[in-house]
Design a protein around this ligand. Structure first.
Ligand code: IPE
Ligand code: MG
Length: 218
C-alpha cells in the first residue's frame, strides 16, 4: 500500500493525513475484493524498516492502526471479513497487540474474505525467525524441507499469493512475502495508494487473467 506520503505532499497536508486516506482506501479495497470474489487479501501496512521514519509519523501509524481496529474492521467483520495480523510481536505497543488479537478472536468464524495485515513485518526477519524455530524444534538436517520452513513462517495458513500488486509506480518488492511470492504474478500500478479502489483492483485482476502461469514447467 505505497504512496501515502506522496499523496499528502501533493496536497500540502501532513503525512498523517495521507495515512488516514490510505486507511479509507483499504476499506474500499476490501469491500471491492469481497464483491469481486477474492477469498484472501494480504496487505503490507507497516514494515520492519518503517521504524526508521520520524517518531511522530510512526506514532501516527500506530494510532491509525488502533483506530482502524476500533472503527473500520468491526464493520468489515459484519460483511464476513476475518482479520489476522502477522509480523514481529516484540516491538508493537502492548495495547495494540491486545487489540489485534481480540479482533482476530472475534472474527475467527468469518469466512467470506480473509484479510491478512502485515504489521512490523519483513520477509527477511520472518525467514530468520523461522530458521530459529527450526533449530529450537530440533529439526534434523535430513528432515529439513520447504514444508518444514513454511510451517514456521509467521502465518503458515496464509496462502501463497497468486497476484502481488504494488501501487505508486515503484517497481520493487521491499521485503514483502519473499518466500511466499516465489511464483506470484506481479502487477505495478501507478496509482498512489489513497486513490486505489475498485477500479484499479479490477484492472489488476484483468491483467492477472492475461498471464500464463507455468511455474517453471513447459
Ligand atoms: C505507504 O505509503 C504507507 C507505509 C509505508 C506505512 P508511504 O508513506 O511509503 O508513501 P510514500 O512512498 O512516502 O509516498
Ligand atoms: Mg513508500
Amino acid at each position: 500500500m505505497d504512496g501515502n506520503g506522496r499523496w499528502a505532499a501533493a496536497r500540502g497536508v501532513p503525512v498523517a493525513e495521507g495515512h488516514r486516506a490510505g486507511a479509507r482506501a483499504l476499506r474500499r479495497t476490501v469491500e471491492a475484493a469481497i464483491d469481486l470474489g477474492v477469498e484472501s487479501l494480504a496487505v503490507y501496512a507497516f514494515s520492519t524498516e518503517n521504524w526508521a521514519r520520524p517518531p511522530d509519523e510512526v506514532e501516527s501509524i500506530m494510532e491509525l492502526m488502533d483506530e482502524t481496529i476500533e472503527r473500520e474492521l468491526p464493520d468489515l467483520a459484519k460483511q464476513g471479513v476475518r482479520t489476522r495480523f502477522f509480523g514481529r510481536r516484540d516491538r508493537v505497543p502492548q495495547a495494540l497487540l491486545e487489540k489485534m488479537s481480540r479482533l482476530e478472536g472475534e472474527t475467527a468464524h468469518s469466512d467470506r474474505l480473509s484479510l491478512w495485515i502485515a504489521f512490523d513485518y519483513g520477509s527477511r526477519a520472518e525467514i530468520v525467525d523461522a530458521a530459529r524455530r527450526l533449530l529450537e524444534d530440533g529439526v534434523r538436517p535430513q528432515d529439513m524441507s520447504e514444508e518444514a520452513v513454511a510451517a514456521r513462517l509467521y502465518a503458515p495458513e496464509l496462502p501463497d499469493p497468486d497476484l502481488v500488486i504494488r501501487t505508486s509506480g515503484e517497481q520493487r518488492i521491499s521485503n514483502f512475502l519473499l518466500w511466499q511470492s516465489a511464483y506470484s504474478e506481479l502487477v505495478f500500478d501507478e496509482t498512489l495508494w489513497p486513490d486505489f479502489g475498485e477500479e484499479r483492483l479490477r484492472a489488476a485482476l484483468e491483467e492477472y487473467e492475461q498471464r500464463a502461469r507455468r511455474y517453471g514447467a513447459r
